[in-house]
Design a protein around this ligand. Structure first.
Ligand code: HEM
Length: 486
């Protein structure tokens, strides 16, 4: 054992004191160092998605998609790229139980030869919002009330009943798909529309889907309560154990592809994060397989400090006009600079596995040396420093309009996709979803419940009726409305 400066430690058990009963001597620097380090063991947890589980793996191409993208990761069938995944719940803090009803984060960092590509998605194809102004308020309703310091069903239902664009995601969350039994037993989605650019500089819109080979398996509310009663760490246990014992989990990656200009003709906005693209119009195209096969040696260094960001794209893969995606391009790197520090991308887990050659200088904890020739510490320069490469320019975006604040609710249909989903459920699923929604409304004022029920009636009268029955209201909207005005 040595000090952090590398000198041997002679005693790590007994403090240096003036006699067996103390007091201590200032010169016992190792004691001071040890206590000081302990005080610095915590960094801020992620503001959302704080509780997570991750592992390393590989992505292997099984099908040729080079007509759509020039991305190096997809350049040939059989090619393998190393990756890191992190799965998470959204609302709970670092110590939250794993098997809670919540959306799951599904983050993948592909260490490609042309830079890191981060796909920071969820286990759902849609999300609660379509305008980024809504994100902080929505998340506040999922977190603790400032006075009670408890989660608030009233806040959640007040917000949701005032924000019908959330209904599609709420229906998924409250359904039988809401509590996966482990990270291995859920699908993953990029959720947003992204873009592919091929070698001919043609742009396609793309959605990413990971399908679990372990199957989609979820807990009922009763099962989850029992599981949490026995262990709060069931996901960490399951994922770590599967990878450690060689039962490597796998997902098949598929894409949906839309030609660039078709985005102007679809009846729905294809960049609206609350909507899916119908598979009948845009079928799933197989791409490859992701396998998780190595655990981190140090959870904090490699999973807690993993910094995923939708801003990390690579040649051949780009953004889309999706407003929520656009906001995320800012939010994540900002969070990482605050939480991890300026040079978070140089930490081993975040560092690309290809050469990095930028001119950013100095700053706290600059622990790596020059990335450019000695005299080339600015750009442009005459000393052989790295320079831009025009061949990586994206083609101009053909879609644009006048800059304005467009009402994201104008002309939007918040009900039909939720209706289509509800009607995919069998009777048992419908009933359990209604019961879960009713159960989540405990303590919510009647006028908020009524406003929410109005939306579920619009999704499908049977949906509203089922929730009313589960609430013990008898299922008649008119009678409920009358009771509410009494
Ligand atoms: C305007 C909308 C959004 C904003 C501002 C936002 C912001 C954030 C922030 C600040 C973090 C914490 C990052 C960190 O400290 O490491 C985070 C984590 C995360 N977000 Fe979002 N988010 C948004 C929407 C979404 C959407 C739509 C998805 C999925 C489709 C998503 C998926 C995730 C995931 C998976 C993580 C955890 C990443 C990890 O594993 O470290 N977020 N988000």
């Amino acid at each position: 054992m040595t000090t952090s400066a590398g000198a041997p430690v002679a005693d790590n058990q007994n403090a240096l004191s003036a006699g067996p009963r103390g007091p201590l001597l200032m010169q016992d620097y190792q004691l001071i160092e040890k206590l000081a380090h302990q005080n610095r063991e915590r960094i801020p947890e992620r503001v959302v998605h704080a509780k997570g589980w991750g592992a390393y793996g590989t992505f292997t191409v099984t099908h040729d998609i080079t007509p759509y993208t020039r991305a190096a990761i997809f350049s040939e069938v059989g090619k393998s790229t190393p990756l890191l995944t992190r799965f998470s719940t959204v609302a709970g803090e670092l110590g939250a139980a794993d098997a809670e009803r919540d959306v799951r984060g599904f983050s993948v960092k592909f260490y490609t030869e042309e830079g890191n590509w981060d796909l920071v998605g969820n286990n759902t194809p849609v999300f609660f919002i379509r305008d980024p102004y809504k994100f902080p308020d929505f998340i506040h309703t999922q977190k603790r009330h400032p006075k009670t310091h408890l989660r608030s069903a009233t806040a959640m239902w007040d917000y949701w009943s005032l924000s019908p664009e959330a209904l599609h995601q709420v229906t998924i969350l409250m359904s039988d798909r809401g509590i996966p039994v482990s990270p291995m037993h859920m699908d993953g989605f990029g959720s947003h529309t992204f873009s592919f650019i091929n070698a001919e500089h043609e742009r396609f819109w793309v959605k990413f889907h990971f399908k679990s080979r372990q199957g989609k398996v979820n807990y009922t509310n009763a099962q989850a309560a029992e599981v949490i009663g026995k262990s709060r760490e069931t996901y960490q246990e399951a994922l770590f154990e599967a990878v450690e014992s060689g039962r490597f989990p796998k997902w098949d990656l598929y894409v949906q592809i839309m030609p660039e200009l078709e985005a102007e003709t679809t009846s729905y906005n294809p960049f609206d994060l609350t909507k899916v693209w119908p598979h009948a119009d845009y079928p799933l195209i197989p791409v490859g397989v992701m396998e998780l096969n190595r655990n981190a040696d140090n959870y904090f260094a490699e999973i807690e400090q993993a910094a995923f960001s939708p801003s990390n794209i690579v040649p051949g893969i780009g953004f889309s006009p999706d407003k929520v995606l656009q906001a995320r391009i800012f939010a994540y790197a900002d969070a990482h600079r605050y939480r991890l520090g300026t040079h978070y991308e140089a930490l081993p887990v975040n560092a690309p596995k290809c050469p990095v050659r930028h001119y950013h200088a100095d700053g706290q904890m600059r622990f790596f040396g020059s990335l450019t020739p000695t005299d080339a510490y600015y750009e442009p320069n005459s000393f052989g420093g790295p320079a831009q490469a025009a061949e990586y320019r994206e083609p101009p975006l053909k879609i644009s309009g006048d800059a304005d604040r467009y009402d994201h609710r104008d002309g939007n249909d918040d009900y039909s996709q939720a209706r289509a989903l509800f009607n995919l459920f069998d009777d048992g699923q419908k009933q359990r979803t209604c019961e879960t929604i009713a159960g989540s409304m405990g303590g919510v004022p009647a006028f908020i419940i009524e406003r929410a029920l109005g939306h579920f009636d619009l999704i499908d009268p049977a949906f509203g009726k089922g929730i009313r029955q589960a609430l013990g209201h008898g299922g008649d909207p008119a009678a409920d409305a009358a009771r509410n005005t009494e």
